[in-house]
Structures are given as C-alpha cells and as structure tokens.
Ligand binder design. Sequence first.
Ligand code: NAP
Ligand code: MG
Length: 499
Amino acid sequence: MATASTASPVRIQTDLFINGEFVKAENGATAPTYNPHDNSVIAEVASASTADVDRAVRAATEAFPKWSALSAADRGRMLLKLADLIESRAEEIATLESLDTGHPMRDTMRLDVPRTAMTFRYFGGMADKFEGTVIPVDQGFLNYTLRQPVGVVGQIVPWNFPLMFTSWKMGPALAAGNTVVLKPAALTPLSSLRIAELMQEVGIPKGVVNIIPGAGSAVGQHMAEHQDIAKISFTGSTDVGRRIVKASASNLKRLGLELGGKGANIVFADAHLPAAVNGSAFAIFHNQGQACIAGSRLILHESIADAFLDQFVALAKSIRIGNPLDIATEMGPLTSMGHRDKVLGYCDIAKEQGGQILTGGRAPQNRPELTGGYYVEPTVVEAKPGDRVSCEEVFGPFVVVSRFKTDEEALQIANSVEYGLGGGLWTTNLAKAHRFAAAIRSGMVWINCYKRVNPASPFGGVGSSGYGREMGFEAMHQYTEVKSVWVNVDANIPPFYPR
Ligand code: NAP
Ligand code: MG
C-alpha cells in the first residue's frame, strides 16, 4: 500500500490479486505508474510474469466448480453489493482513476464511477434472470437449452477506461458463473486493483477473480496461449487483436474482440446546428479523445460546414484544460507521454499530406503549470478522406473534417475505413436518419446524439473493430455455452432400426 498526495486521500493497492490475496510478483518485479498531469511516479506496482499468470489460472480453475454451482441469485447478490460499495466510495475511486489516467474528476465522478456501479448492478440483476429455452422439435421429444459458463475467462483491457472496463468485462462473466483472470494495462493498473479490494470486501470467494497487472507482450500473450483459459475477452488495438486470434488457436479459445475505431459523425444540412456542434465536441473531446467509439471523423454537408466549423472551433478553443483533479477541468492530459507524442505526430502527418490545422495541434500555450504533463489542445484538422489522418485511428483529441455534397457521398466517406465500431448522424429528417442508421457499416449508430452507452445495450463492432458484443443479453450469451438437451418423452417412440 502506498498513499498519494492529493486533496482527497486515496487507497493505492500495488500488489497482484491472486487467489483472494494481494501478493508480490513471483520474481519480485515492479513497474511504475505515472500521473499524466506532471509525469511523477504515483506508485511502483507489482508486475506479473508468466509464472503469475499460471498461478492465477490455477486459482481460477480451482474456484470454478463451486462458483459456477452457486445459485445465480447468490452470485448476483455479490455483484449488487459491489455496486453499492463502489457508489459509497465514489469520490475516492474517481480520484484514483483521475490520478492514474488523467480523466478529469468531473467525468470520473459523473460518468466512470456511476457507470461502473450501474454495470455491475445490471449484471448482478441479470444473473438469475438469464434463462434457457424450450424448443418445439419432433413429436415425442422435449428439447431445451442450458446456458453454462465457459470456464476460466481471460480478460485483457487497455488504459483508456480502466475502471469502467472492470465492470464491462467482469460483470457478465461473473454473473454467468465463470471465473476470471484480468490483466489491466500496465499504464493504468490502480483502479482495477482497488476493485479487487472491494470484491474481497463483499466476499467474492477466493480465486473467482484474479487481477494481474503486467506487460501485454508477456502476460497478455501467455493468457492468449494458455491451455486452461476457455475464452479471452480483449479490448485494445487491432494489431494486438490479430495476435490474440493467432495465439488462441491451440485450444480454440472463444474470443471477444473490441478493437479500434474511426467513428464517422455526419452532420446533414437540416441538422439542429447547436446540438450537433455540442454533441460532436463531446463525441471527440470527452476523455481527450481516447475512446474507441470517439466521433473522430466529422463529415459535414458543404452548405453548413463553415457555420458549423465557426461554432465548433470556438467551442474547442474554449474547453478548459487543466489538472484532472480540479473539478472545473473539462479536459485533462493524455494518459501517457508516448501516446501524447503519437497524437502530436499525427498533426505533422496531416500537414505533410496537405491537411489544415484549424485549431490545436500542440501542447497548451502559456500554461507553465501544464508543461510537465501529457497535454494536447483540442485539435481540429481539415483533410481529404483518403489521407492517413482520415483513415488511421489517432485516439486523441483530434478530429478530422471532410465535406460532402450528396447523401451517397456522405455514406461513401463514412464507410470508407477499415473500422466499423460507432457512428453518428445529425438530421431532422426521420426517414434519412433510419436509412443511414441501417447503411452505416458499424456495430452502433447514434442519431442526434453520440457515444451513448448503457449496460443493457449491445456494444461492439464489425470489420477491423473486431467481433462479439459486450453488454446486455448479448454479453451473457458470449460468456456461456449453449447446450441442447433432448429427452424422449414418449414411451411408444418407434425404434431407430424399424424391423
Ligand atoms: P493495446 O496495445 O492493444 O493494449 C491493450 C491491452 O493488450 C493492454 O493490456 C496490453 O498490455 C495488452 N497487450 C499488448 N500486447 C499484447 C499481446 N501480444 N497479447 C496480449 N495482450 C497484449 O492497445 P492500447 O494502446 O492499450 O489501447 C488503445 C487501443 O484500444 C485503441 O486502438 C482503441 O481503439 C482500442 N480500444 C477499443 C475499445 C473497444 O471497445 N472497441 C475500447 C477501448 C480501446 P500493456 O499495454 O499493459 O503492455
Ligand atoms: Mg498512470
């Protein structure tokens, strides 16, 4: 345990959570986690090796029979208690998340923490309401399905929403009766270790949940290859997703892959402009643009493009950048220095291909108190649809603008990238809205809003954005195997070899 020097005291757990206990890495390794506001080290956190993966998988394997046999209501009750506990510690957990990731407190308090509790609560409530079916088959037979947990599930998550992902991943997995080994991103391990402490507090049995920060190339890779892990649920980049697909082949693991995105956000000529400007700013600048579903491509009808951009750029310039722990801050730093450099690199790439930086593209100016942190100004770039910045995921406060004349052109631009996760459109024309919702190649579409997420609503993508869905009943399906059971209920059924 370490303590951090913040306004509100937070508990910082720095050990791995294996078999219900906080333990050091077997080889004693640790890695620092940084505060993105000033590049200071918050704490040294135990860094797992492949031996620790094996320990965690053993613990999860041993815990599985009892946990899966527990009544669904009892499993659900523990998740409901966990949700309450998270809410009762909201400020402390929000502070921890803001400290480790750079998310502004106003967001972690308003979004990350309440949504984490909401998601655990949703799946806690779902546990005993998730049913099999009875299927009408041939006369004389009863056919029904059982939904059974898959076993030990490996969960690998990125650094952009580390707290929320604990609930997206573990909520459905645990409700369905699986046991879990979760690897948070090495950059942001603190909130998931805090959740492990709360799981201990609510009495989740030992071994059911194991949380092991460590390097993806070793720990994540070993999880993907592991013979005793039945499923990997992965959120992260498309490149690593491909590696996981290959690594999973040996035991034919089930996979859920939530990968990158390059969200199209189309504003039609008849859109309600103030709402579209505001919603489009939230779509890209919330969490410094570090969201796979970010509306990172603004596709504007030529007739409103100039008026839209005047307001949008003015709004981007007015966003209050600052220390994430200051409740007035609207935009914090990016989560790592390397990522900040990558995002700034894309500003150069944009310019090299003839793109125009309309605002931003640099660290905040004349703010000496921010120079030690990983800050980038909200950035708006106008570029051609085929340019690199229009196709590649930047994953920062960086939106690329293009203009269209016809609906066909808008759709062609929207569907011109390899990704297909989220997309949005702004129009007052009902028929057009539904036509585009069906035609945009993506797993999610928002009409006159953007980035709405709810634990009841399926979340996931198509194409290079991966496959499988999180949230809702879809998630429960993906954390269970369906078994079809046939019963002969007719004593007079004719024999198979009629003689
Ligand atoms: P990343 O490099 O793919 O890392 C994601 C996780 O995978 C981390 O925990 C990482 O470990 C681990 N990892 C790295 N190499 C691995 C390997 N060979 N085998 C198994 N695991 C490995 O992605 P990131 O840079 O952290 O996150 C940003 C990306 O995630 C973006 O592309 C974004 O769009 C995507 N994302 C997608 C969604 C979605 O739901 N679709 C949501 C959020 C983010 P370490 O980093 O700790 O070494
Ligand atoms: Mg950090």
